[in-house]
Design a protein. Structure first.
Length: 173
């Protein structure tokens, strides 16, 4: 059975491939766009993808540098105690995540949160789009790109009280 570290590396490698493909597609689209607004939107998307790619590459480098620390026995030969990664507790319960996001942000705050942290999602919002639809858009985006860890960390930072209230129920067992 593959180690948690190995699974995480494979997941990050797949995510990196998807990010690079998205980056290349946006780069091709930018040359096809005639209007300045579309070019600027694509340029913002490219910048966000570059940041995500750098983050994933850094995570991969750190995991690869660690070696197989998560597979070492509790007491290593040198007498030190290993610090294994926490176990996977299950899949994200998107219903609870939706409730968390709706409780943590009003419509304006949620729109600003997405603008600051998930500009690709923010660019998909349309005038008159309800908060529930915006929340669903963000959940779909994070699920496709394996970004629930990033989303949860940001929500915890933005609204620790609501995060604390919902966190015991976010993961299916």
């Amino acid at each position: 059975m593959p180690s948690f570290r190995r699974v995480k590396i494979e997941t990050l490698e797949a995510r990196l491939e998807n990010l690079i493909a998205d980056y290349q597609a946006a780069g091709r689209q930018i040359s096809l766009q005639l209007d300045e607004v579309s070019r600027q939107r694509l340029q913002r998307q490219l910048q966000a993808l570059e940041q995500e790619i750098e983050t994933v590459e850094a995570e991969l480098a750190a995991l690869r540098a660690e070696g197989d620390q998560d597979e070492m026995p509790a007491d290593s030969p040198d007498g030190s105690v290993s610090n294994p990664l926490p176990p996977i507790t299950g899949e994200v319960n998107t219903g609870v995540l939706r409730q968390l996001l709706l409780a943590a942000f009003d419509d304006e705050d949620f729109t600003n949160f997405c603008f600051d942290h998930f500009p690709e999602v923010h660019n998909r919002f349309s005038g008159g789009m309800g908060r529930s639809s915006k929340v669903q858009e963000l959940i779909d985006y994070c699920q496709r790109r394996l970004l629930f860890d990033k989303l949860l960390a940001l929500v915890q930072s933005e609204n620790p009280a609501q995060y604390q209230k919902f966190s015991p129920h976010i993961f299916d067992s």
